[in-house]
Write a protein that binds this ligand. Structure first.
Ligand SMILES: [Zn+2]
Length: 403
């Protein structure tokens, strides 16, 4: 089974846009209500029964079970009898909203994400099941909303059918992300060809085992001044007024632009890495540990995670084998002889091995360790560290990749 997703911009009629807005509002209130229910339950379990009730009180009976996806779906169905608003969106859409909340909790339990928060606004909702031919020419058939026109920026390939449709509201308009699938067996990509290792770092966005560096773009920082200006303007406007709304929209557009620029950079970089190689290995990022470290930069680790997602997708598309390896101690081990050279300070930019005298940039050394680990994992060994390249002891000239 081959799955892809294509995104299109919608050309909504005013009543369709209003309907989407209304659905998003209802999804939001369902999400927040269900979160409230879960939060109350969690809080009630934190307080001991014999404690003073001034600060906290055990209000939920001990027999009450933890709200789950299925129990909340049942209460949603029951609530529809008394609340006609809940009947407006298609029922599966609201169930998916509850599933989204469940996923947020699973992320917290298993991946160390924070406690889910109440939503000020809902960005999207999803139709989990749609007609296979929901997309037809320039119109897309959304259940209960009807046929909506869209900019057909690329045709759905022959043999693919629609599986799911997500409707997204962005500052620049309404979009649909259509998941399409095709009943073909795609063979897994086998390890082959030349391998490179990639180290994700702070100094340069990535360093490869081939002594290449790619400087990170500080997309957010570049627009920070503009953003601050807009936010100052927003503060001087009356909340909810037309001018306030206009500035608010400008801020949204700017955020969207930053996001798009970053995504574009990631895709181009991923394609560049895939050129001429058969395997790419990267570290398995431990976002949980990173989040706790002193170098915590929320935007930065988010960027690493999404870059690796994009990289794995691009590799798959280009037929390049991609794998992530254990990142423990990649910056301590010498890639040439395998000795553990001890922890380096962040300011120490060069790896110099006391055992064999191997000298190279520290990020490159880490990338070479990643490459070796990857090759070991797929059952190949490296005869020479870097083919056709000679690192004389002490000589270190990084090659820059220009983008
Ligand atoms: Zn060494």
């Amino acid at each position: 089974m081959l799955n892809l997703s294509y995104q299109y911009k919608l050309k909504c009629a005013p009543d369709q846009a209003a309907a989407i807005d209304e659905w998003l509002g209802i999804c939001r209130s369902v999400y927040n209500y269900a979160l409230r229910e879960r939060k109350d339950w969690v809080n009630s379990r934190k307080c001991l029964i014999d404690r003073c009730s001034i600060r906290a009180e055990y209000i939920i009976s001990p027999e009450t079970k933890r709200p789950t996806y299925s129990s909340q779906c049942k209460s949603l169905t029951a609530a529809k009898r008394t609340n006609p608003n809940l009947k407006i969106p298609q029922s599966q859409v609201l169930q998916q909203t509850l599933k989204q909340l469940e996923a947020a909790f699973v992320n917290m339990w298993e991946r160390g994400f924070g406690f889910p928060r109440f939503k000020k606004q809902m960005g999207s909702f999803v139709f989990p099941q749609v007609k296979p031919d929901a997309v037809n020419g320039n119109t897309i058939d959304l259940p209960k909303i009807g046929k909506v026109e869209f900019h057909n920026s690329r045709d759905i390939p022959e043999g693919f059918v629609c599986k799911q449709i997500r409707v997204i509201k962005k500052a620049s308009g309404y979009y649909v992300s259509v998941s399409i699938g095709c009943d073909v067996d795609v063979p897994d990509i086998m390890p082959h060809g030349y391998a490179i290792g990639v180290d994700l770092g702070l100094n340069s966005f990535i360093a490869t085992s081939e002594n290449q560096f790619v400087k990170g773009h500080k997309f957010f920082k570049e627009s920070e001044g503009q953003l601050r200006l807009l936010q100052r303007r927003l503060k001087n406007k009356i909340k909810g007024s037309r001018r306030w709304l206009r500035v608010k929209r400008q801020i949204g557009l700017l955020h969207e632009k930053i996001h798009n620029c970053r995504k574009d950079f990631f895709f181009k970089l991923a394609h560049q890495l895939c050129d001429g190689v058969g395997m790419i290995f990267a570290e398995d990022l431990n976002l949980k540990a990173l989040g706790r470290s002193a170098l915590r930069k929320a935007c930065l680790d988010a960027a690493w995670g999404s870059f690796l997602n994009i990289l794995s997708h691009v590799c798959w598309k280009r037929g390049v084998y991609f794998a992530q390896v254990n990142a423990n101690g990649t910056s301590q081990i010498c890639p040439n002889c395998g000795t553990n050279c001890g922890k380096k300070k962040l300011s120490e930019r060069v790896h110099h091995c006391q055992n064999c005298g191997y000298t190279t940039d520290r990020d490159v050394a880490a990338a070479q360790v990643v490459k070796e680990r990857g090759l070991n994992a797929v059952g190949q060994t490296v005869s020479t560290l870097v083919e056709g390249k000679d690192f004389g002891a002490g000589v270190y000239t990084p090659a820059r990749v220009s983008l």
